[in-house]
Design a protein around this ligand. Structure first.
Ligand SMILES: [Zn+2]
Length: 460
C-alpha cells in the first residue's frame, strides 16, 4: 500500500536559520533547502549533530536561494553520503558555488586561527567542512529555468518561480503524489531596487512561509544612512558596514551611488572588502547585462549601478588588512552581515575603539551574533578571544531589508488562488512566527501553525 506523503520540519522551526524541510512519499525523499544553523551556540551545535535523515537515502535537494542559512549545510550532507542532484534556479546555482567556497574557506580559516591562538575549547578545532567538500557539493548543482515543471525524483515534480529576495531566489512548488506544497523561501519586498516583485503564490495544498519580520512592519526609509555617513566623514571617521555579501552589498552600493551622486553625502572612497561580495557583484552585473527575467526592466542603461564614484575592490588579504586602520574617511563594506566571521570581524576589532567611527547594521541580526550585540548597545565585544571596547557609534538601517514584513507577507498570501489546507510559519524567531500565524488565522481565516522542530505532518 502506498504511504501518504509527509512533510517534516528539520530546521528553521521556531528559529531563523537552518532551513531544511523533508518531503517524503513511498520511498521518495526530497529535501527543500539545506541550511546552516547560525547564531546562538545551541543552534550552531546542531550543525554537528548527525542529520536526522540518512543523506544516502535522499533522492534530491532543492534550494530556494543561495543564502548560507538555506544552502550552507550542503557540503556536510555530501560528505555524509548525499550523492544526488541539487536543483535550483541558474542564478542560485552560480551564487551557491560562490557562497559555499567562501563558507568552506572561512570554516577552515577559523579552525586554523582557533588552533594557532589556542582559544578554542577544542584541543584540535575542526572545520564543519572544507574546500574539498564544498567543491564536491558544487558539482551536484543542477540549474533549472523558472516556470518549467521538472520531475526531480520519482513522482516528485518541481516548479520554481522568482521570489524577489535576492538574485535567483525562488518560490519552490512541489507536487508529490498529487499533493502540492509551496515554499516561500525568503520572500522579497514589492520594491526591491533591482529585482522584480514576486508574483502571487502558486496554487498549493500547503504553504510553508517565512516570518523573519513576522511581527514587524518596515519603517518608511529614513535618511539614516545618509546621516551616518555625513556625520562620520565630518569627524574624520570610517563607516563600516557588515553586509551580507549577496544582495545587500548591491542594494547598499546603489544607495551610496544615489546619495553621493545627489551630493547628499560627500564623495569618499567606498571599499568592498569581501571576495564573496566581489564575485557576487559580477554575477549581478551579468544578470543586468543579460536582462535576466528577474531583473527590473526599468533600470538605466550603460552605467555601473554599483559604483558610487570611487569604488575600490579590496581583493587580497593585504588590501584588507590596510582597511583595519585606513587613516582617512571612507566607507567599508565587508562580510559577514551579522559579523559572525569573515574580514569584517578584523575591521571591527580595529575600528570599534575609536568614537569617530560608525558601524552601520543593514540587515537582520540573529540572536547570539556580534551584530545583535552591537544593535543592543554592547559596550564591549569578544573578538578572537579578546574583549574589544565599543566606542564607535552603532546605527541600524532597516530600510535595506530584503525580507517582506508582516503586512507584505500577508498580502502575498492573500493573493493565493485559493485557501490552502494549512500554512506553516517558519524561519522566524518564536515571537515573530507566532505573530504571523495569528494574523494568518484572524485576517485570512486559514489554518496556520508554527511547527515544532522535528514535527512531521501528513499531506494526504
Ligand atoms: Zn535569504
Amino acid at each position: 500500500m502506498a504511504v501518504t506523503a509527509s512533510l517534516t520540519f528539520l530546521g528553521a522551526a521556531g528559529t531563523v536559520t537552518g532551513s531544511r524541510f523533508l518531503l517524503e512519499q513511498d520511498g521518495t525523499r526530497v529535501l527543500v533547502d539545506c541550511g546552516l544553523f547560525q547564531g546562538l551556540r545551541e543552534l550552531r551545535r546542531r550543525n554537528w549533530e548527525p542529520p536526522p535523515v540518512d543523506p544516502g537515502h535522499l533522492d534530491a535537494v532543492v534550494l530556494t536561494h543561495a543564502h548560507l542559512d538555506h544552502c550552507g549545510y550542503l557540503p556536510r550532507l555530501v560528505r555524509d553520503g548525499f550523492a544526488g542532484p541539487v536543483y535550483a534556479s541558474a542564478a542560485t546555482c552560480d551564487l551557491t558555488a560562490v557562497v559555499l567556497r567562501d563558507s568552506a574557506r572561512l570554516q577552515e580559516e577559523d579552525a586554523r586561527y582557533a588552533a594557532e591562538h589556542g582559544f578554542s575549547k577544542h584541543a584540535r578545532p575542526e572545520p564543519l567542512y572544507g574546500v574539498e567538500e564544498a567543491e564536491a557539493a558544487i558539482t551536484q548543482l543542477r540549474p533549472l529555468p523558472f516556470g518549467c515543471a521538472s520531475e526531480v525524483a520519482s513522482g516528485a515534480t518541481l516548479t520554481l518561480s522568482p521570489a524577489g529576495h535576492i538574485l535567483g531566489s525562488s518560490v519552490v512548488h512541489l507536487v508529490l503524489d498529487g499533493r502540492t506544497v509551496a515554499f516561500s523561501g525568503d520572500l522579497g519586498r514589492p520594491h526591491h531596487p533591482l529585482l522584480r516583485a514576486p508574483g502571487p503564490p502558486p496554487e498549493a495544498d500547503c504553504y510553508v512561509v517565512e516570518s523573519t519580520y513576522g511581527d514587524r512592519a518596515h519603517a518608511e526609509p529614513t535618511p539614516r544612512l545618509a546621516d551616518a555617513v555625513r556625520r562620520t566623514v565630518a569627524r574624520g571617521g570610517v563607516v563600516l558596514v557588515p553586509a551580507f555579501a549577496v544582495d545587500r552589498t548591491e542594494v547598499l552600493l546603489m544607495e551610496l551611488r544615489r546619495l553621493m551622486g545627489s551630493g547628499e553625502v560627500p564623495r569618499v572612497p567606498v571599499y568592498v572588502d569581501s571576495p564573496m561580495a566581489l564575485e557576487t557583484l559580477s554575477l549581478y552585473r551579468r544578470a543586468i547585462r543579460e536582462a535576466s527575467p528577474e531583473i527590473r526592466p526599468d533600470l538605466p542603461d550603460g552605467v555601473d549601478l554599483f559604483d558610487p564614484g570611487h569604488l575600490v575592490e579590496a581583493r587580497s588579504v593585504e588590501d584588507s588588512k590596510r582597511l583595519n586602520d585606513p587613516g582617512h574617511p571612507c566607507v567599508i563594506v565587508s562580510a559577514s552581515g551579522m559579523a559572525t566571521g569573515g574580514r569584517v570581524v578584523h575591521h571591527l576589532a580595529g575600528l570599534l575603539p575609536d568614537p569617530r567611527n560608525t558601524v552601520v547594521l543593514v540587515g537582520f541580526q540573529a540572536a547570539g551574533t556580534r551584530g545583535r550585540d552591537l544593535a543592543q548597545g554592547a559596550t564591549q565585544l569578544k573578538i578572537h578571544g579578546r574583549y574589544v571596547r565599543v566606542r564607535a557609534q552603532v546605527v541600524e538601517c532597516q530600510e535595506f531589508s530584503v525580507h517582506a514584513d508582516a503586512d507584505e507577507t500577508l498580502e502575498w498570501l492573500r493573493s493565493a488562488p485559493r485557501e490552502p489546507d494549512a500554512a506553516f510559519v517558519v524561519h522566524g524567531e518564536e515571537a515573530a512566527s507566532a505573530a504571523l500565524a495569528e494574523r494568518i488565522r484572524t485576517e485570512l481565516g486559514w489554518v496556520a501553525v508554527v511547527p515544532r522542530m522535528g514535527e512531521r505532518i501528513r499531506l494526504g
